[in-house]
Ligand binder design. Sequence first.
Ligand code: NAD
Length: 450
Amino acid sequence: MPHEEASIYEDALSRLDRAAEVVGLSSEIADQLREPLEALSVSVRVRMDDGSQQVFPGYRIRHDDSRGPTKGGLRYHPEVEMEEVKALAFWMTCKCALMDIPFGGAKGGVCVDPQSLSRMELERLSRAFVQRMASFIGPNRDIPAPDVYTNPTIMGWMMDEYSQVQNELCPSVITGKPLALNGSPGRNEATGRGAYYCIKELESRKGWNPHQVRVAIQGFGNAGQSVASLLFDDGYRIVAISDATGGIFNHEGISIPEVISAKNRKDSAEDLYSSCSVCDCGHCDDTGGRCTCEDCDCPACGSERIDNPTLLELDVDILIPAAIEKQITAENANRINADYVVEIANGPTTSDADEILAEKGVTVIPDILANAGGVTVSYFEWLQNRTARWTEEKVNSELKRIMVAAFEETERFVREESIDWRTAAYSVALTRLKEAISCRGTKNFFNQVA
Ligand code: NAD
């Protein structure tokens, strides 16, 4: 019989099973974590600019709240579906436990191509989605945040809509808001910064000279751009970057600040998304179209155009997938040439691919560790909304403290249990979840008092 491909959620649970064995998780707790606590499926009705109505499927899952209110992003993408949201919510539970922040896991999204909507349509969609979710989310219950193709502007609309429904200002219902609307300094760069701190920990252990370390980054959005900037500033050689439309490769290294300013050019101040790509020229073509100059030295022209599959297989020291799930699979894992994969995207590597990478000696710093900077600073934002504003310096130094502690604890499991980094990260998370769930009462507890 042909081997059927595991769904993304089944694949996610296989990681749970592996770590459950390492930490001796009881079947009662494992069963609790295998199924989400609550799932919401809604129709988001939007009045379009031409007067017609369109209906978009929306989802929100609260996976587990044993350690605190549930927390997780909202994405707008044409491929959002329930099974994917379930996996993403499960990863959030594990990520918050690994970071030791007092949240459980959640995730949500709308199945929509946001770049096909006008700004007003996008605002109506965001507000309508919040109305559908209003009794499901809440500052002490479930706190959304940005994810793929959502951003601070959208989080601001959502906080405003929720506050209108509740008839009072509720800033801590959502994180990743604009600074002017009770956002946190440093939140926008936090995911990339967290991954950067992981790479700096590797650097200090391996004695790397950044100028000799070649990096390829798939996905040049919020998180990809932040990690690229920080590494570039330290002298790392970013040889390839890409977005949904393709990528560029330059053996000498790409000037990240120039590409960022070229990519983020917008057609008008009203545009929420830029129509430019990393492949577009920032210097010689004001329209943002492809440059055809022969002797231009702008970042895109000086580079070779490559596609996303090619980027993943480049001979580099560090590969950073920072786009979407299932990019490194059993099909291409054998051709991955990086020594390290630092996962900023959620779920970019399938479990089949993990085994192949391990055989090849590739070290994978897993998503629940490498991209946890975002949720960590979201936690700081939630705290600040209840207490007082922090400085950016305080946000970054607290982020570093928490990232380094999680990195070291994961490393300890790698060393003591002789396991890979992903299983180690899940083992740390499950140890903490086990403790919290046990404190609420398990079979052992009830057997003792009977
Ligand atoms: P974003 O929307 O800002 O950027 C996504 C980038 O990926 C864009 O450049 C887009 O063009 C590119 N992309 C989309 N599809 C692609 C494809 N098929 N091939 C190559 N590139 C593609 O999103 P983001 O916030 O930077 O999130 C990126 C990843 O990081 C996601 O997996 C997200 O879940 C994860 N993540 C984000 C945060 C956060 O705080 N933003 C936190 C944790 C994890």
